[in-house]
Design a protein around this ligand. Structure first.
Ligand code: DQA
Length: 144
């Protein structure tokens, strides 16, 4: 009943990084809230963050081989650049839910394209930390 919550570059700086865009919650606060929510849903979460693309690729492979329920993925800026993450998602049988705190479509043009969206089960963006909550709810319902 494990859900991996994977976070890409710069998301370790949440709380102090452009709070007018990303809010004041830190990744630790988000992890704590998700842990409580997961418990109530009968799920477990494992939240990880890396600034390195290859770590995220490895973790997606791990999700595939461990038979996790779903992956919640905020790939950060790699969303807009990473064919490697696109391919890794395609290579695993696990549903991946794309999340973003901000709404990239309402921002700079270079954020309008996502390599994740076409291979994700679905995407949730623009709700701040609530995007993660909604994604975990979706993951719980996928399991049924
Ligand atoms: C982000 C949006 C991306 O465009 C940006 O590069 C990030 C964070 C978000 O959660 O809103 O690092 O994924």
């Amino acid at each position: 009943n494990l859900v991996l919550v994977l976070n890409g570059p710069n998301l370790n700086l949440l709380g102090t990084r452009e709070p007018e865009i990303y809010g004041h919650d830190t990744l630790d606060t988000i992890a704590e809230a998700l842990e409580n929510q997961a418990h109530a849903l009968g799920l477990e979460i494992d939240l990880r963050q890396s600034n390195h693309e290859g770590h995220l690729v490895d973790w997606l492979h791990e999700a595939g081989s461990r038979g996790v329920v779903a992956v919640i993925l905020n790939a950060g800026a790699l969303t807009h650049t990473s064919i490697a993450l696109h391919d890794a998602i395609k290579a695993i049988p696990v549903p991946v839910i794309e999340v973003h705190l901000s709404n990239p479509h309402a921002r700079e043009a270079f954020r309008h394209h996502s390599f994740i969206t076409p291979v994700a089960r679905g995407s949730i963006c623009g709700f701040g930390a609530l995007s993660y909550t909604l994604a975990l709810d979706a993951a719980a319902r996928l399991r049924q």
